[in-house]
Design a protein around this ligand. Structure first.
Ligand SMILES: Nc1ncnc2c1ncn2[C@@H]1O[C@H](COP(=O)(O)OP(=O)(O)OP(=O)(O)O)[C@@H](O)[C@H]1O
Ligand SMILES: [Mg+2]
Length: 585
């Protein structure tokens, strides 16, 4: 592009200067030629004038010899000679018969001559079809002009000469142009090559290749340009590296945050989310960037908070319930941000669902323990009161009440033992002794422990065991405890004459024991709470069923220490299935 421009400019300059030179030269030559012709005509005229003057003085009309003489002369000087009298009538002419010629009195050069001066004129002659130069001189008889002598010279030679000069100029222009063509090609290449190199390097840098360097050419402006360009590229590379590093650091920090982070601009469009937020809200960064916050989270409350921060530019901290895949509680901290060009807000969301749950479990636990201890204490206090009121006097009554008091204190002792047991296993863990355990045997053992209760409630127990179940490497005591507790629950929470199905099943790496009943079932919202200590579904509904609510909490602990897992499925009024997954090894 640049190369072409330089080339074209070069050529235009050469052509214009050559043309101007040509025109000026031709004009100068023409002028010189005309001047020369004029001077020589005047000289001839002056010579002829004196010659003619003597002739005219000697005789009134010029002789034949005179005509011959001027004709000779005319040939010699290559000019037409005409003699005109004072009326404008042609007396003699070297080319035409004077009779055939029109009156010449109105010709400008003749008019001048009549006044006694040398008349000059250059004009186109239609009879000769060429440009002519006319010089007229007066020939005087004494003081008076008697006739006018006119010399006429065709200027066709000037035309020839101009043509010739133009030819020379054109051919030299052509040669000049050819030379200029090559020179400008070479020069424009020489000038543009370093610039093109700079342009190429700039392009490479723009495409992200910051290592690009321009080779340094000979000293001069281009070298200076290349040097400062290289310097700039180096600075740019450093700055970009620094920026990249900073960005990576920020990203690593944000990525390692456990809290979800969402940043929005002042129009509430998402400009950043960290990976914790991606996980928490099951979103993809690329899909939400640039979108409106409401589009991303569909939570009006959060949006209102963010808006509040954007408007008032004040920090906000609040707890929010949000439904992601399940209901969760978040502590949301929102702070305004303001950059040089833009402002916005950053929301940091900490998932405190588990914390809140734990708090609830703890308060429930305290309430439940208190309740469990208070019940026997109340009845003990009641019976002691009755005894003090006089019942002690009757031995029978006394014995009866003391027995009940003993039962209640036993219950309290058992409860406290259980509590102590839990706190012990929580700190020290459960002692595990792994042996090859036949699960069928464990189930049978558990059933035999519970057989009285089964009989009492007239339940029917179905066993479904595959023949080839292999022993598992596990702790027998723990497994027995688990089975007793699950079957005990099935017995307790199923109306008389119920049905209990116990099955064993083998998967690739687990043996699954399932205990199913067709009892009262558990409501869905209670399912994840039944494993808490002292948690019992609807105490009133339990009626006469006695329990402390520790059974499943223990089961959960045991299963965990065996590295297995437990699941529960239940439907109110239909029944419940507990499944325990025991690893084979
Ligand atoms: N098979 C079941 N059918 C219906 N509800 C059940 C079943 N198993 C457990 N539950 C419910 O879960 C609660 C907790 O059970 P868990 O075994 O922990 O306590 P518990 O049986 O009440 O007392 P404990 O086992 O300590 O004597 C029970 O109170 C009961 O409401
Ligand atoms: Mg139980």
């Amino acid at each position: 592009m640049l190369r072409r421009e330089i080339f074209v400019t070069y050529m235009i300059v050469v052509l214009i200067s050559l043309s101007i030179t040509g025109i000026v030269t031709v004009k100068a030559v023409e002028k010189y030629f005309i001047k020369n012709a004029e001077e020589s005509l005047i000289t001839y005229a002056n010579v002829l004038q004196s010659f003619l003057a003597t002739e005219l003085a000697e005789q009134q009309n010029p002789s034949i010899q005179f005509y011959r003489n001027i004709r000779e002369l005319s040939k010699y000087i290559d000019a037409r000679i005409t003699i005109i009298d004072m009326d404008g009538k042609v007396i003699a002419d070297t080319e035409k018969s004077p009779d055939a010629m029109e009156n010449h009195g109105d010709r400008p050069e003749i008019k001048e001559a009549y006044k006694g001066k040398i008349g000059k004129s250059i004009r186109y002659s239609s009879s000769l079809e060429t440009k002519m130069m006319y010089i007229a001189v007066p020939i005087k008889n004494g003081d008076r002009v008697s006739v006018v002598l006119r010399l006429a010279l065709p200027l066709s030679q000037i035309g020839h000469l101009s043509k010739y000069i133009w030819g020379v100029i054109l051919s030299s222009t052509l040669i000049g142009t050819i030379i200029a063509f090559f020179m400008s090609t070479i020069f424009s290449k020489k000038i543009t090559k370093p610039i093109e190199e700079v342009a190429k390097a700039a392009k490479e840098i723009a495409q992200g290749d910051y290592g690009t360097k321009i080779p340094l050419s000979d000293p001069g402006e281009i070298r200076a340009l290349a040097e400062s360009f290289n310097h700039m590229a180096e600075n740019l590379r450093k700055t970009i590296d620094e920026l990249k590093e900073g960005k990576e650091k920020t990203e690593a920090i944000l990525g390692s945050m456990a809290e979800g982070l969402v940043a929005v601009d002042n129009r509430c469009r998402v400009i950043m989310v960290n990976s914790a937020a991606e996980k928490l809200f099951k979103i993809k960064r690329d899909e939400v960037l640039g979108r409106h916050l409401l589009e991303m989270l569909r939570n009006r409350e959060l949006y209102d908070l963010v808006n509040d921060v954007l408007e008032n530019r004040k920090n906000v901290s609040q707890e929010l319930k949000m439904i992601t895949s399940e209901e969760k509680i978040f502590r949301v901290n929102i702070v305004p941000i303001s950059g040089e060009k833009s402002s916005g807000a950053v929301a940091v969301l900490r998932d405190i669902t588990d914390l809140r749950k734990l708090e609830r479990v703890r308060t429930d636990f305290v309430a439940n323990v208190s309740h469990e201890l208070k019940t026997p204490l109340t009845s003990i206090a009641g019976f002691v009161e009755t005894l003090l009121d006089g019942a002690y006097k009757s031995q029978d009554h006394c014995l009866y009440f003391l027995n009940i008091i003993k039962q209640e204190t036993d219950r309290m002792t058992r409860l406290i033992d259980e509590l102590l047991f839990f706190s012990r296993i929580e700190t020290a863990g459960i002692a595990i002794k792994k042996t090859n355990v036949d699960l069928v045997e464990v189930v049978i053992k558990a059933l035999s422990v519970l057989q009285t209760a089964i009989k009492e409630k007239k339940h029917k127990v179905n066993l479904d065991f595959p023949d080839d179940i292999k022993p598992v490497l596990s702790d027998e005591d723990s497994l027995l405890q688990i089975m007793i507790n699950l079957i005990d629950n099935a017995i307790k929470y199923t109306a008389d004459g119920g049905r209990i199905d116990i099955s064993l099943e083998e998967t690739s790496d687990h043996v699954v024991v399932a205990v199913a009943d067709n009892g009262i079932g558990i409501a869905e919202n209670e399912l994840d709470r039944i494993f808490e200590r002292f948690y019992r579904v609807d105490r009133a509904r339990g009626g006469d069923v006695r329990g402390t609510g520790l059974g499943l909490a223990l089961v959960k602990h045991l299963v965990k220490s065996l590295e297995g897992k437990i699941t529960v499925e239940s439907e109110l009024g239909k029944g419940t299935i507990f499944r325990v997954y025991i690893p084979k090894v």
